[in-house]
Structure formats: structure tokens, C-alpha cells
Design a protein. Structure first.
Length: 292
């Protein structure tokens, strides 16, 4: 997928620019931010920004800011998720987590600073768009990471530790904790393309929400079936922390079937977009076929 590789290269450059600000006198904090953002990763969220936006006619340069913003937010969320007060993980992307490589206080500040930087990048580098569109993009991103999004999902996750869970509860958690930012990435790409067709935006939100859930279900499956060396993070972490996941609630085979069902709902949402959505369809397949 040459378009995917090109998008990955673009976001790496956009992230480098975002993290190459003037000397602030906080060198250790800046190093922790760069360590956490530039240490690899699938870059799924920025890929969704680029591929959605380009499918709707956007210039790739107009997608750099939202693509960088969602990845900065994702990096912040991983830093905080890994903290001892949260998931207490020592390994991320095959390297020590931020609080292990630096210290807990620096990790907290790195996450905070990356969240602020994401909004600064999105606000400062979307000047070619209408003001109403820029405000809507900022709102979409804020909603995805707040109470109705990642933060709320993480709260549900913390409350679930050591308790029995049910299908409705675990879907609500995953749609917020993981799915909300993936859905926002798709919507930001569409908005950066100045899409005003609300029917198209609604279809893309469905697509994003469904692949977001499929992605997390596959993550849960890999937590059970995967290998730490391949995953780059500790396999079996959910069971070790007494956290419910899709295989523990539904069983492994039903979890796999559910991942495919949500993928198929995502694909169905793209029916009206024709050939323009070819690579969005390919990404929907990728999220349930991946092994890491």
C-alpha cells in the first residue's frame, strides 16, 4: 500500500516538526516527550486522517496538523495508561515505558505536555480552513479524549478490575477508551477536506467507531494469544490485572467473530463512497488481521 507508506512518512515528519520547538529549559521533559512519540508504533490514527482526507480530495499538507495531533494525543494516553496508578506496565513498543525510562513525575508531565501540544498544533496549523471548521475539529478532538471518550473509558476500565463484566459494559468501555479517538481521526480527516455533507460525515463516524471497536477486540485477542516479543508490550496483562476483556467475557472464538462483525459494519458504512474508500476498506481488514 504505497499510499499508506507515504502517509506514515508524512506523519513522522509532522511529528518531528511538532516536537522541535525552541529550548524551554526543560530538556528532560522534552526528551521524554520525544522518546514516547518517536519510538515507533502503527500510526493507525494519523493514517486514518490522511486516508480519509485524501479520499475526499484534501491536499496532504492540510492533513499534517490533524494527523500529528491525534498521534500526540495517542502517545499521551499511552504514557498515562502505563503509569503505576493505571495499568502499571513496564514495556511499550519493545522499550521501557516512559515512567521507567525517566521517572513517574516526568512521565505525567510528558503526557500533560503532549495533550496541550496536540491542541496547539491543531489550532495553529489549520489556517487554510474556515473558522467554524477549525472550531469543530478542536471540539471533535476534545470530545474524543474527555469524559465521553478516552478518560471516561479508562475510568470504566479501572472500575472493572477484579469484577465480573457483561457485554454491554465492555463494549461501552472500549468504544470510549480506544474507539473514540479512532472515530475522531476519521472525522478530522473528513473535516480537514472541508466536507460539508453531513450524510458522508455520519457514515464515516460509523466506520470509525466500528473499526475502533474491532481494533480493540483484536488487541484483547492478542493479549491472550500473542507473544510479548512480537507485541512489544506484555502479553497477558489483562489477566494479570484481573481486567475483563473480550475473550474472557465472550470466549476466544466469539471474540474473533465479533471483531469480524464490527469490521463488516465499518465496511458497510463506506458503501456510498465507492472507489474513493478503497484504502479505508483495506485498513478495516488490517485491524482484525494484524498480529501485533
Amino acid at each position: 500500500m504505497p499510499r499508506v507508506r507515504a502517509a506514515q512518512q508524512r506523519v513522522e515528519q509532522a511529528l518531528l516538526r511538532s516536537l522541535s520547538g525552541a529550548d524551554t529549559g526543560a530538556a528532560r521533559l522534552q526528551e521524554a516527550m520525544r522518546y514516547s512519540v518517536l519510538g515507533g508504533g502503527k500510526r493507525l490514527r494519523p493514517l486514518l486522517v490522511y486516508i480519509t482526507g485524501e479520499a475526499l480530495g484534501a491536499n496532504p499538507a492540510d492533513l499534517d496538523a490533524p494527523a500529528a495531533a491525534v498521534e500526540l494525543i495517542h502517545a499521551y494516553s499511552l504514557i498515562h495508561d502505563d503509569l503505576p496508578a493505571m495499568d502499571d506496565d513496564d514495556l511499550r513498543r519493545g522499550r521501557p515505558t516512559c515512567h521507567r525510562a525517566f521517572d513517574e513525575g516526568t512521565a505525567i508531565l510528558a503526557g500533560d505536555a503532549l495533550q496541550a501540544l496536540a491542541f496547539a498544533v491543531l489550532a495553529a496549523h489549520t489556517n487554510g480552513l474556515a473558522d467554524a471548521t477549525r472550531v469543530r475539529m478542536l471540539t471533535v478532538l476534545a470530545d474524543a479524549i474527555g469524559l465521553a471518550g478516552m478518560a471516561g473509558g479508562q475510568a470504566i476500565d479501572l472500575e472493572a478490575a477484579g469484577r465480573a463484566s457483561d457485554p454491554e459494559h465492555i463494549e461501552r468501555m472500549h468504544r470510549r477508551k480506544t474507539g473514540a479517538l479512532i472515530r475522531a481521526s476519521v472525522e478530522l480527516g473528513a473535516l480537514a477536506a472541508s466536507t460539508k455533507n453531513e450524510t458522508t460525515l455520519a457514515a464515516l463516524r460509523v466506520y470509525g467507531g466500528e473499526i475502533g471497536l474491532a481494533f480493540q477486540i483484536q488487541d484483547d485477542i492478542l493479549d491472550v494469544t500473542g507473544d510479548t516479543e512480537v507485541l512489544g508490550k506484555r502479553a497477558g496483562a489483562d489477566a494479570a490485572h484481573g481486567k475483563p476483556n473480550y475473550p474472557s467475557v465472550f470466549g476466544l472464538e466469539r471474540a474473533r467473530a465479533l471483531a469480524r462483525e464490527h469490521r463488516d459494519r465499518a465496511l458497510a458504512a463506506l458503501d456510498g463512497l465507492g472507489q474513493a474508500a478503497t484504502e479505508l476498506r483495506a485498513l478495516a481488514h488490517y485491524v482484525v488481521d494484524r498480529v501485533q
